[in-house]
Design a protein around this ligand. Structure first.
Ligand code: HGA
Length: 607
């Protein structure tokens, strides 16, 4: 989603604004812009498309000034054109905004009727015009921002620059994150710590409803009631190194290769390796008292929940249901008995998941956040938090965060079983041991990259690809299809293998590759029958299985990729890197923008 940077510095702002915007590219965007104060006047450069287009504008018409704001925009209101790119400005103020102003239409009409002229189709511009309106009336910049924000409804983080005020910037947040970075005689504003990481590691995380007014040397923070308030300074290690590609061609490839570490760190956090027991340090939920588990997430996070649904039911006997956050929050969910709700989000800021969490809290259900950002809104608002220790994930398509989510959820499912008495000490040890083996198994799976690449090159010309799986491999098939769609733009669907003959088998022909995710387990024979049905209709099949599985189905398949042998509980971990690498290599073969696929955003902070 949109990225924000603001600087009051000791050196020219523009190169630093561009540097920060580049670090925010991972969030996904479709236009970018900067504004600085030049001799007290607001000057802007904006461009549709990638930051390189903005850089060209700046080469043609350089932008001086040590005070400035910058933005990468992921359009919600109005096309991704230069005119709609942020900053939006009047003669008095320039504003960048992340979020959505829900009542923008009414406000826009009201302001137009008063003679204000709008320059864009965005919702953001009503904030700019409203602030300008209050400045026209003689309010101070802070009062003008406060009055303007009191009139808007929706979610936002903003940064504002004022004509004639080189040593002033104002930021505010409600629903979208915003941080203040404290430098040495300079102060920064960013939509996350990664944006300001090149300039400082001293970060203040603004709280919901906060407003910050700052100069190069001082800052004041006001809470939602506009009372001055103290917020602690954190030392954040979002170091430059964390956002470098290293020797990999893309962040996504690097992050897939970090899956073993993401799993190891997360599992290590929730297991006692000596006693071979699960210990969930922050989990305030007593699963012995829970009758139903609800799991809520969006996209890949939702799919890690779908895997966990099998684990919770099989290991603890607690009824479990997984839903997409945007559906869950509007469908009036009903639970019988005592419920715990688990919210999964890499960023911890996913707007629909956060609202679903708030709904559950209102209903009195215990809430547990599974997030990769410990300081995020979901982490702060849930009753308890399980952090996934994947490290910063830059590729828009989530990979190592998915595996880290599986790791935290697997540990939680074991803990639920222990609490319910469905898992005895011996079985707990066995499962803990299995979990501890998964980083190694993931590493072994990654060694199959060449075989995956070969298959990827072969299927990359397809218009449509089907994935099938049974049991826990069914949600892995769904994740495989989602990942492929996201980055290669090839249409893909995941199906429960047994469901194929009830409709989708009509799609099978020699041009439609089918990928079967089929570890050798109690369901393998049935999946093989489905594979035979596809082969009989000329469908080219790739089998992802272990040595035994491949032997069983050898005659029916075109390609096979041999995964390490594993227990059924370990299979989602082992097959995740395979399907992630397959999506990655298909995208590379197609030449798409792997790390920033079109139309997508990393942390989805709008509904
Ligand atoms: N609504 C604004 C900002 C969009 C946004 O925050 N995306 O993440 C616009 O469309 O410009």
């Amino acid at each position: 989603m949109c990225g924000i940077i603001g600087i009051i510095g000791k050196e020219p702002a523009t190169p630093r604004l561009i540097e920060a915007l580049k670090r925010l590219e991972y969030r996904g965007y479709d236009s970018a812009g900067v504004a600085t104060l030049v001799d007290g006047h607001i000057e802007r450069r904006r461009a549709a498309g990638k930051i390189v287009n903005l850089e060209k504008e700046i080469i043609d018409a350089p932008l001086a000034g040590n005070t400035g704001i910058g933005h990468t925009r992921w359009a919600t209101h109005g096309a991704p054109t230069e005119r709609n790119a942020h900053p939006h400005a009047t003669a008095r103020v320039a504003v960048v905004h992340n979020g959505i102003i829900e009542n923008f239409r009414t406000l826009r009409e009201e302001l137009i009727s008063q003679g204000y002229v709008f320059d864009s189709e965005t919702d953001t511009e009503v904030i700019t015009q409203l602030i300008s309106h209050y400045l026209d009336k003689g309010e101070t910049p802070r009062e003008a921002v406060i009055k303007a924000l009191a009139r808007v409804r929706g979610a936002f983080a903003i940064a504002c620059l004022f004509t004639g005020k080189e040593d002033l910037m104002i930021g505010a947040r409600q629903g979208s994150p915003l941080v203040v970075g404290l430098g040495d005689g300079e102060i920064f504003l960013g939509s996350d710590a990664i944006a300001v990481a090149p300039f400082t590691n001293r970060i203040i995380y603004l709280e919901e409803g906060d407003l910050v007014e700052f100069s190069a040397k001082t800052y004041n923070i006001y809470d939602k009631d506009r009372k001055e308030i103290f917020r602690p300074v954190a030392i954040v290690s979002a170091s430059a190194a964390a956002v470098e590609k290293g020797n990999y061609r893309h962040f996504m490839q690097k992050e897939i290769h970090e899956e073993p570490d993401a799993a190891a760190r997360t599992i290590g956090h929730y297991l006692d390796p000596l006693d071979e027991k699960v210990s969930l340090p922050n989990c305030g939920i007593n699963f012995a008292e829970i009758d139903q588990i609800l799991i809520v997430g969006c996209g890949t996070a939702y799919l890690s929940g779908r895997v966990a649904e099998y684990w919770f039911e099989q290991l603890s006997g607690i009824s479990c249901e997984t839903d997409i956050a945007s559906e869950f929050r509007y469908r009036r969910p009903v639970v019988a008995g005592r419920a715990a709700a688990i919210f999964i989000s890499q960023s911890g800021e996913t707007a629909d998941t956060l609202e679903a969490l708030r709904l559950c809290k209102k209903n009195g259900w215990k809430t547990l956040g599974v997030v990769n950002v410990a300081t995020s809104s979901i982490a702060r608002e849930a009753d308890a938090v399980l952090e996934t220790l994947a490290g910063p994930e830059i590729g828009v398509a989530s990979t190592k965060a998915f595996v880290a989510q599986l790791s935290a959820l697997a540990a939680t499912a074991i803990a639920a079983g222990v609490a319910k008495g469905t898992i005895d000490a011996e079985r707990e040890k066995d499962l803990a041991r299995q979990l501890m083996e998964t980083p190694r198994l993931i590493r072994e799976a990654l060694e199959m990259e060449n075989a995956i690449e070969e298959t990827a090159n072969d299927i990359s010309h397809a218009k449509s690809i089907l994935y099938i799986g049974r049991g826990v491999s069914y949600p892995i098939a769904l994740e495989a299809a989602l990942k492929l769609k996201e980055i290669s733009y090839i249409h893909a669907e995941g199906y429960a293998a047994g469901e194929l003959k009830h409709g989708p088998i009509a799609l099978i022909d020699e041009y439609t590759p089918v990928i079967a995710v089929a570890p050798y387990d109690e369901l393998m024979e049935k999946t093989i029958s489905n594979v035979q049905e596809i082969a009989a209709r000329g469908g080219p099949i790739t089998l992802l299985s272990d040595a035994k599985g491949i032997e069983e189905a050898a005659d029916a398949v075109k390609h096979s990729v041999r995964a390490p042998e594993c227990e059924p509980f370990q299979a989602p971990f082992v097959y995740s890197p395979l399907i992630h690498m397959l999506a990655y290599h298909v995208a590379v073969a197609k030449g798409t923008d792997v790390d920033q696929p079109r139309n997508l955003a990393k942390s989805v902070t709008v509904e």
